[in-house]
Write a new protein. Structure first.
Length: 118
């Protein structure tokens, strides 16, 4: 079992950048593919980015491709989401997820709010 804790959210102006972190405790993150999801108010939770256990493979939603970058440091049990050129439509609660590449894994963090002002 693994516990996930996101951090790094906040308020940023359009065009700005943020880095989200997901720290894992319990079982090592190297055992899991890791994902970032987001959920905007009144909308369904959607996949943003995924990274394989080794970090060799990544995938992105079309809406963030070229602007967001997912990475991981297995030695630190941490996964990151670098978000550049942020848009108001990126405003959402961002969730870290472990267990399945490109899908909904078993384990979730509590989420971190990202708000992008225009």
């Amino acid at each position: 079992q693994v516990q996930l804790a996101e951090s790094g959210g906040g308020l940023v102006q359009a065009g700005g950048s943020l880095i989200l972190s997901c720290a894992a405790s319990g079982r090592a993150t190297s055992s899991y593919a890791m994902n970032w999801f987001r959920q905007a108010l009144g909308k369904e939770r959607e996949s943003v980015a995924s990274i394989s256990r080794s970090g060799a493979a990544t995938s992105y939603a079309d809406s963030v491709k070229g602007r967001f970058s997912i990475s991981r440091d297995n030695a630190k049990n941490t996964v990151y989401l670098q978000m550049n050129s942020l848009k108001p439509e990126d405003t959402a609660v961002y969730y870290c997820n472990a267990g399945a590449f490109g899908g909904r894994g078993t384990y979730w963090g509590q989420g971190t709010q990202v708000t992008v002002s225009s």
